[in-house]
Design a protein around this ligand. Structure first.
Ligand SMILES: Nc1ncnc2c1ncn2[C@@H]1O[C@H](COP(=O)(O)OP(=O)(O)OP(=O)(O)O)[C@@H](O)[C@H]1O
Ligand SMILES: [Mg+2]
Length: 288
């Protein structure tokens, strides 16, 4: 947790193309490898409509364990919509219709027997704006374990709260003020509190939708360091508008454009040698 990096990572310019390298312009098929070994999520032909608006178009992708997947693309391309598919948060939007297959550990998340509250504990979400409950710091973290029955007694609950705050890199800053409101913390601390709250219920996957866009560079660096630690235990999917951030924190990157998943691949490869013209235009700043 020592690194405080405020310098952007220099993103190398895509290598000059040789005549053998083909710029792919076929919009029907995602470029790159959508599969991974032992995926936590498998998504096939996922479509999302909001009324007439076709927001996600036949997206197929697998999500790896112990990796950060960055989702990038211009505003309105469907990044948040796709992220919300993974823990069925689109269920809360009346006009949203999701079709296709999404499995978590090979189980269909749309199965009638799937409890949505359990699903959202297994697939936690951190939002752009930190949103602590209007409760104490302690209660923000203890709430989930309590409703999911994860602690037998107060001692165990205290232990979960302690461990979660520690793993979120917040314990030292809050250990003497656990009874103060979560909202009394700074923005960066509130975001780490929300991460502690997510961790407290033993998730498998953490979804983050622009988690640093309301934070200063130092708070951002702390969250980025935290992501590197957390991926040892969880799969992480992050939506970001910062390509420097995607390059710093992720191992794999997915580029969306107008609801299509255009390209997916190793982050280093995507930023140095994009294979689709649309990806290249975006990462070189010619679009969006
Ligand atoms: N609740 C909704 N009702 C109707 N249309 C919606 C709704 N939410 C999103 N959309 C539309 O779906 C498309 C994808 O939106 P989404 O929010 O997923 O994009 P995004 O890539 O996350 O954009 P941004 O980078 O601006 O956050 C957009 O055209 C948007 O207007
Ligand atoms: Mg969004």
């Amino acid at each position: 947790m020592e690194r405080v990096q405020t310098e952007p990572v220099a993103i190398p310019k895509p290598a000059a193309r040789t005549s053998q390298v083909l710029l792919v312009t076929d919009r029907d098929k995602t470029v790159g490898t959508i599969t991974v070994p032992d995926p936590v999520f498998k998504c096939r032909d996922v479509n999302v409509h909001y009324g007439d608006k076709h927001a996600i178009k036949n997206v197929s992708i697998e999500i790896a364990r112990n990796q950060v997947l960055a989702m990038i693309g211009p505003s309105g391309c469907g990044k948040s919509t796709f992220l919300r598919c993974l823990n069925r948060m689109n269920d809360t939007i009346p006009s949203a219709v999701v079709t296709g297959s999404i499995t978590l550990d090979d189980q269909d998340i749309h199965d009638k027997r799937q409890d949505v509250v359990q699903l959202r504990a297994r697939v936690g979400m951190v939002f752009q704006k930190p949103n602590p409950f209007p409760k104490s710091i302690y209660e923000n973290v203890a709430y989930g374990p309590r409703i999911h029955g994860l602690a037998g007694d107060r001692v165990e609950l205290d232990e979960i709260v302690h461990t979660s705050l520690q793993r979120a890199g917040l314990w030292e800053e809050v250990k003497d003020r656990l009874n103060q409101p979560g909202t009394s913390l700074s923005g960066g601390q509130q975001q780490r509190l929300c991460i502690a709250r997510t961790i407290a219920v033993n998730p498998e996957v953490i979804l983050m939708d622009e988690p640093c866009s309301a934070l200063d560079p130092i708070a951002t660096a702390r969250i980025e360091d935290l992501m590197e630690e957390l991926r040892q235990s969880y799969a992480i999917c992050i939506v970001t508008h910062s390509m420097q951030q995607a390059a710093r924190v992720s191992q794999r990157t997915a580029y969306f454009h107008l609801g299509d998943l255009i390209e997916v691949g190793e982050t280093d490869r995507i930023f140095t040698n994009p294979r689709h013209k649309l990806t290249e235009d975006y990462i070189t700043g010619r679009f969006g």
